[in-house]
Design a protein around this ligand. Structure first.
Ligand SMILES: Nc1nc2c(ncn2[C@@H]2O[C@H](COP(=O)(O)OP(=O)(O)O)[C@@H](O)[C@H]2O)c(=O)[nH]1
Ligand SMILES: [Mg+2]
Length: 318
């Protein structure tokens, strides 16, 4: 790798994007001519792969088309992160929605080491709410955003943006464990949890051109958002998750025990035997939940420690 001139890789995951792929490649090639452009095609049923390969050859661009058979944006990026070596990675959609002309602005903080992840924030300019015709997506975004910011004491505006630049340090130490669209949320969480430097730059956002359709499914991906929220709590704040459940069980157990205790105080005998058994069971579950939270919290701390060690071992400077 060259110290003076950093290698830049533009990553364009694409699934059935024959309408927009050529325009997207051209736009990024014009914005950053020295960059290598990689299109990660995922079993597209249209001519996405061929169009991309032809065009990359024609314009003399250094990148190539990568094929990944496991479906999903997460799987596609996993392959890209494993097989591409660069100093700066720029991720965008292959659907002409993100402004390629702002590529340099996103890349600059990575090159000058001011950030490990730069996020193109679609929300601050107001374009996203205006251009995006799917209100549920905005709602899901806001829900996850406020939860994440509360948990990590952060101020991230656009958690799910698909326009991002990354340092080599971030990419080569990011374990891709998700398969689909959860990858953006996951990357943000990973960066916050592992204390990578995040910078957000407001960008303009256009809707997909007519005839081109989003691969996102409002219901299925909406369910995933809810699942993601549960996972965030479970993995990143286990004590809060299991502790919260423990409190719920503990209070339910106490409520169930009121008639039982009443019996004992008044008659020195227990008439509400089923309630007594139920409250005992609930209190046992409460203690179990608390213990599970404590164990997983310790594991997360241990994992964080190991992660920091591996960063030091990888010999890359922040
Ligand atoms: N490689 C690959 N890319 C995908 C897949 N699904 C979506 N993409 C691409 O990921 C990008 C974002 O998807 P998009 O449908 O635009 O989602 P939206 O921007 O949230 O509406 C686009 O460039 C898609 O072509 C997939 O299964 N595999
Ligand atoms: Mg898109």
């Amino acid at each position: 790798m060259n110290e003076t001139k950093p290698a830049i890789a533009v990553l364009l995951p694409a699934y059935n994007e024959e309408m927009t792929i050529a325009q997207t490649i051209e736009a990024f090639h014009e914005a950053v001519p020295e960059a290598q452009i990689y299109v990660i095609d995922n079993n597209s049923k249209d001519a996405t792969g061929e169009i991309a390969a032809d065009l990359l050859g024609k314009i003399g661009c250094l990148g190539r088309v990568i094929h990944e058979s496991r479906q999903g944006k997460g799987n596609a990026l996993r392959k890209a992160f494993q097989s591409i070596d660069a100093d700066v990675y720029l991720l965008a959609d292959a659907d002409c929605t993100y402004p390629a002309e702002m590529a340099r602005e996103l890349i600059a903080p990575i090159i000058s080491n001011k950030a490990d992840m730069v996020v193109g924030d679609r929300r601050s300019c107001g374009d996203y709410s205006r251009e995006n015709k799917r209100p549920f997506h905005g709602f899901g975004n806001t829900l996850v955003q406020s939860l994440v910011n509360k948990l990590f004491h952060s101020k991230v505006v656009d958690i799910m943006s698909g326009y991002r630049a990354f340092s080599r340090l971030f990419i080569k130490n990011y374990p891709v464990l998700v398969e689909g669209f959860e990858i953006e949320t996951d990357m943000t969480l990973h960066a916050l949890h592992k204390r990578f430097k995040i910078l957000e730059i407001p960008i303009t956002y256009r809707n997909r051109p007519k005839g081109s359709v989003s691969k996102l499914n409002t219901f299925a991906d909406g369910m995933k958002v809810i699942f993601t929220i549960i996972q965030i709590l479970r993995y990143y704040r286990p004590m809060m998750f299991f502790g919260g459940l423990s409190i719920v069980f503990c209070i339910s157990g106490l409520l169930c025990s009121i008639p039982v205790i009443n019996d004992w105080i008044n008659y020195k005998y227990i008439y509400h035997v089923p309630l007594a058994i139920l409250s005992t069971g609930l209190e046992i579950v409460a203690v179990m939940m608390f213990s599970i939270g404590l164990i997983i919290d310790t594991l997360v701390q241990y994992e964080l420690r190991e992660y920091e060690r591996s960063l030091l071992r990888s010999g890359l400077n922040r």
